[in-house]
Unconditional design. Structure first.
Length: 198
């Protein structure tokens, strides 16, 4: 008789998180209009792995974000809305990943974020991402956090550096853009021990 292995269910994170100016909470269906407003902007999505969203694309993204409340295994996400004075200013994601896709529990988390351009330059992305990094290392048994981004996305590269992440790799023409051209990927990483000593 074969024994089926199952991943341990990790406890849900303690949410909402409150920072000096923001509340980070799970994403709900009613956030769709705000997320759709910035994710349908081609300038916002220019360096992201998805195109400017139409209604169908937004519905698919919202379904995934709303479901991202308590990740336990590679591939699952924690999706958070960053809210300032009752206004959704952006969203963040922590996706469990693993080099081989089978770590039990997952040892690597990948960070991602998208913020509304009208709220840029106010430090919201840094404040929210720092809180997510702290949550990732205090709540989950992660060894490492990483971020993959288009190196032309200078704002995200600077954010990674503000988070204490190191620029670890630059792979050339490894990602096919929507227009058929190939772009590079920059990889940033932060180890638990580096975070703990900061």
């Amino acid at each position: 008789m074969a024994t089926e292995l199952t991943a341990p269910v990790l406890p849900a994170p303690p949410l909402p998180l409150t920072t000096e100016r923001l509340v980070l909470r799970t994403i709900v269906a009613s956030d769709g209009a705000a997320i759709g407003a910035y994710c349908s902007d081609p300038e916002v999505t220019r360096y992201l792995p998805f195109p400017a969203l139409d209604a169908e694309g937004l519905a698919g993204r919202m379904e995934r974000l709303v479901a991202g409340t308590a990740p336990s295994v590679p591939g699952e996400i924690l999706a958070l809305a960053a809210v300032h004075d009752g206004v959704l200013v952006g969203d963040l994601m922590l996706r469990f990943t693993d080099r081989h896709g089978e770590s039990d529990p997952p040892g690597i988390g990948e960070l991602g974020w998208v913020f509304a351009p009208e709220h840029a330059g106010r430090g919201f992305a840094t404040e929210a991402a720092r809180a997510l990094v702290d949550l990732a290392f205090t709540h989950y048994p992660l060894h490492r956090l990483m971020a993959r981004l288009d190196p032309r996305n200078l704002a995200s590269a600077r954010l990674c550096e503000r988070l204490g992440m190191r620029h670890e790799a630059h792979t050339r023409e490894d990602y096919a853009d929507r227009d058929g051209t190939w772009s590079d990927t920059a990889v940033y990483g932060l180890l638990r021990r580096e975070w703990a000593s900061a």
